[in-house]
Design a protein around this ligand. Structure first.
Ligand code: PLP
Length: 334
């Protein structure tokens, strides 16, 4: 099966599995797991931060970050369709008593700083205390620029706010911008990155930041049930991914462009967006059984209401892209 539903479906490679099988382990809650410690050291260095925390998921990583920045009755400003606001079960509010303040995002994925300005609350007992600004990069595959990051930093400094980046796919942003991960991460106090998407590791995310914020996040990880024991087994997969699969993300971006060009040439489908490793398209006419028929030809993709997001990752080759285009074209011609 050629699986384009998400980059989360990517599977560990044989080399990664060998590294996992050979990993030295210990009790990570005690700080004894050498592989987790090395993953945290390596990721912090890669992102130019002083500390890092290995967590089971990106959702928990963002939540630990929010809890480190904010207390009960505080507020974070966030884009209205950001992952931390829309797709994490409202965790900050549910578990942290932290109020989200959504503001509109523009077509580049950047949140509207004028709206954010209007949303910052004065110090008054009527209001939640505005503490944090959250950005996401990449967002729907789109890359925020360093200028946009800097504008957010200036805004946060002006209002005395912390600045968090949901960088689940920061690696893709770095490749697209031609910058190092540390350059992309530089303006932020905390950065969450995923190892289990296009990098191919089976489990895990890392929260990076200052010693102080990461120490607070470590406490919250335990509270949230994310303290794992011999986690070096899975951390080894993440470390292997960072050491071997970063540069190849450029291949996913090239494959996305190839898929977009191929699909756009097919009658009955229009590509509406292609950024980094994602391709968005729209059928000229909704065809509710297309997904099943294309699946019958060995291609899995998400088709809802005639719209599709296809995501490239290390288990999809250039030849697979051509097969996927052929399969979709064949079914649309029926
Ligand atoms: C995937 C993702 C996360 C976290 O996802 P988990 O499934 O919890 O690991 C966070 N933010 C963004 C933008 C994501 O794409």
């Amino acid at each position: 099966m050629i699986d384009l539903r998400s980059d989360t479906v990517s599977r560990p490679t044989p080399g990664m599995r060998a590294a996992m099988a050979a990993a030295e382990v210990g009790d990570d809650v005690w700080g004894d797991d050498p592989t987790v410690n090395e993953l945290e050291r390596y990721t912090a260095e890669l992102l130019g931060k002083s500390a890092a925390l290995y967590v089971p998921s990106g959702t928990q990583s963002n939540l630990c970050g929010l809890l480190a920045h904010c207390e009960r009755g505080d507020e974070y400003i966030v884009g209205h369709h950001a992952h931390t606001y829309m797709y994490e079960g409202g965790g900050a509010a549910v578990l942290g008593s932290i109020q989200p303040q959504p503001v509109p995002t523009d077509e580049t994925g950047m949140l509207d700083l004028d709206a954010a300005e209007a949303a910052v609350k004065p110090d008054n007992s009527h209001f939640a205390r505005t503490k944090l600004l959250c950005l996401e990069n990449t967002i729907d595959g789109k890359v925020l620029t360093t200028e946009q990051h800097q504008a957010a930093r200036d805004f946060a400094d002006h209002h005395g706010l912390g600045l968090h980046l949901d960088g689940a796919r920061l690696w893709n942003a770095a490749v697209a911008l031609g910058l190092s991960p540390a350059e992309v991460a530089a303006p932020f106090d905390t950065v969450s990155v995923c190892l289990s998407k296009g990098l191919g590791a089976p489990v895990g995310s890392v929260l990076c930041g200052t010693e102080e914020l990461v120490a607070a996040a470590r406490r919250w990880r335990k509270v949230l049930g994310g303290g794992m024991r011999q986690a070096g087994i899975i951390a080894a997969g993440g470390l292997y991914a960072l050491q071997h699969h970063l540069d190849r993300l450029a291949d996913d971006h090239a494959n996305a462009a190839r898929l977009a060009a191929g699909l756009d040439a097919v009658e009955g489908i229009t590509v509406t967006g292609c950024d980094t490793n994602m391709v968005f398209s729209q059928l000229d006419q909704n065809d509710p059984t297309l997904g099943k028929r294309v699946e019958g030809r060995g291609v899995l993709a998400d088709w809802r209401f005639g719209r599709s997001r296809m995501v490239l990752h290390l288990d999809v080759s250039e030849a697979d892209v051509d097969k996927a285009i052929e399969a979709i074209a064949a079914e649309l011609a029926v």
